[in-house]
Design a binder for this molecule. Structure first.
Ligand SMILES: [Zn+2]
Ligand SMILES: [Zn+2]
Length: 283
């Protein structure tokens, strides 16, 4: 049977069906991604090329700084990993502690990086991308990579000094999660279901739309993992939930969006919220 299917003769008989199936598959995948594209039609080849160059520079510089730093801290005994057998809830607890602490670290340092002169020196490069894609994740100044990536050695050194070391299984969860979250929020597509912001159990966690709007409107949505600090500081964009429900509705704003970002212009069609004054008044 299997041999029959793989023989050229059989495939020759089946090719019209295979062609139809492939066409339907491509149609579904294309439609799926198009329907979930947050900022339709804003791909620019020059931006993409610049992002590729900045990403390459950043990955090389970061690899030669954070990599050796982690090695030195491990060799000197400042970072020790616990390889013992561990219950799932201990791993979950360590992950939760990391999640809350990094979320706090990211929010405040991110807001700090929106202040001059730090914006110009560190964060401006990442905001050259007003319509993020996967490459935008790495299109970051090496200094910003050190600011954000510096959290892990600080966290693991603190865990070593206080508890004798985090479990290797927790680290095996944390490291891919940080990369995955970065890629997810810069994917340019919203994959989460529409009900995400309607339940309290899920709405605290940020979405791609949330961070995409940070790139588009600049003064809002500073959080890295959760909305908690944005909610407490009044920096959540008011139309975020409406746009999340209907991503194509934000199409109306796309003409105004480039002017909203200081990478392109000084004029902004939307005024910053009270909590966003820190960021708004810095440029
Ligand atoms: Zn920013
Ligand atoms: Zn970003």
């Amino acid at each position: 049977m299997f041999q029959n299917l793989t023989s050229g003769e059989k495939l020759l008989d089946l090719w019209p069906y295979l062609l139809a199936a492939t066409g339907i598959g491509v149609g579904i995948v294309t439609g799926f991604f198009k329907a979930r594209r947050i900022q339709p039609g804003r791909f620019k080849w020059i931006t993409f090329r610049n992002e590729a160059i900045f990403a390459a520079i950043n990955l090389v510089v970061t690899g030669f700084t954070l990599g050796p730093l982690n090695s030195i801290l491990r060799k000197k005994g400042f970072i020790v990993l616990n390889h013992a057998t561990v219950s799932w809830w201990v791993v979950a607890l360590e992950f939760a502690v990391y999640f809350v602490l990094f979320d706090t670290w990211f929010y405040w340092l991110h807001r700090g990086m929106h202040k001059e002169p730090f914006y110009k020196w560190i964060h401006k490069l990442h905001h050259r991308s007003t319509s993020p894609n996967l490459l935008t994740t790495f299109s970051v100044s090496p200094l910003e990579s050190l600011v954000n990536g510096g959290f892990l050695p600080v966290f693991l050194t603190s865990a070593t000094l206080i508890f004798g070391g985090a479990h290797d299984k927790s680290v095996a969860l944390i490291v891919p999660f940080t990369i995955w979250m970065g890629l997810y929020v810069h994917s340019g597509h919203e994959f989460l279901p529409r009900w995400w912001n309607r339940t309290w159990a899920t709405k605290w966690f940020i979405t791609t739309t949330f961070h995409d709007q940070h790139h588009k409107y600049f003064n809002y949505n500073f959080g890295g993992y959760s909305q908690v600090w944005d909610y407490l500081c009044g920096t959540v964009r008011k139309k975020y939930e409406t746009d999340f429900e209907s991503p194509k509705g934000s199409r109306i704003d796309t003409a105004a969006a480039p002017a909203d970002n200081p990478a392109n212009s000084v004029a902004r069609p939307e005024s910053a919220p009270a909590g966003g004054a820190l960021a708004a008044g810095t440029r």
